[in-house]
Design a binder for this molecule. Sequence first.
Ligand code: SF4
Ligand code: SF4
Length: 421
Amino acid sequence: MSSKAFPLPTAKAHQWVVYLTARCNFSCDYCIQKGMIIPGEKRRPWGRYDELSGEAWVSSLNALPERPEHTLILTGGEPSLHRDFLYIATHLEGYKLDLTSNLSFDIDAFVDAMKSAGKTFFSSFHTYHPKFMAPEEFVRRARKLRDSGVIEQPVFSLLDLDAFPHFRDEEHDANIRSFYEAARGLGLDFQRNEFRGNHMGDAFTHEHKQQMGCTSGWVNFAPNGDIHNCQFHLEARKHSFGNITDIGRVKPIPSFGEFFACSDFGFCDPCHENSGRGAFMDGEGKVFRRNADDSRVYLRWMKVEDSLKVGRRFLDEGRPEEASQAFLVAIGKQQEEEGEASPEAWAELGLSLWATGEEKKALAATLQAIKLGKHDPDCLCAAVELGRRTGHQEEVQVDLLQFLPPERLQEIEKAVEAVFV
Ligand code: SF4
Ligand code: SF4
């Protein structure tokens, strides 16, 4: 084949990715290889494949007349689950190899195989997934791999879920804390990765698609060898350009910056738009990527009690605006399901709104909690103090006297005066 006819773009803007398998031994709910990234819903393989053998991968990739300027990433799922993973890792020729793995593979066997073959990977990327491996174990494995010298630039990381408590629980947070300690103790450098699981600032729902111009820097090889320039189309098995085992019949992939029409916009994979290797063009020729991240979109799928937990977490973590949103969503759902929200949810909303400085709204929420039966001292004191701060002292007195005897109100007012005035 002449180099002119070579169908796969090799310029640095393009990233070649070999998905050796769709399978993974972990099942993270925040995995971006899910059509809908719903908190608590586990990742499953996106399809069953007759996976290409190691021999087929190696002979096809080694036969290509050109190599990408960028690395060739071996990934999955978890790539080490491929039955011939070590063979592939040690037999590819002329590529700057990169590996993306959850680090669950047999490090000793990998290091031995690479050393015996006299091979190295240029780079690798390993994210710690706290629900599936003990932190000390990950750090121990990471150090062993780093010190082995078979990967020139290994990167270890954590997903930054600070703004997404929807995907965290006590076990997650405890393991992250232990990870920091273990990494510090054993001298392991790591980075925190941005969570990319939004589509244009909204959740991935796969609910709506529309026509859009698109450009892509991805050259993705599916586990069966089919070639796509979009992960969504790879997972959906649509619009393949051909198969790596028959490169002569592969159609040319457009280069980065060359826009093509796609009617699946809205189902795009998170990496496409969030990595700098993809962009879109609307009907008026405006090129765009995503909007800002917005963790609030995940609240729509959460149960009332889980939204309340997320709200409390946000409040504890000093993010009262986000806490207010979580409480508001919980209140909305309670009203929808039961006709009225719980006094506790209103009181928590009041507290979070107060922390944001929205004192009038905080007062309204707190009075609603009291009206619905929450008469504990904290809530009553909050109402009195918010009434004083907003200049609604008398109205608050009138409201509270519907539920309290005058002498109890006086006690509350004295207590508030002692603390705040
Ligand atoms: S380890 Fe990676 S590929 Fe596997 S489920 Fe978790 S995020 Fe997804
Ligand atoms: S618009 Fe979205 S679904 Fe269509 S090719 Fe681009 S990234 Fe893929």
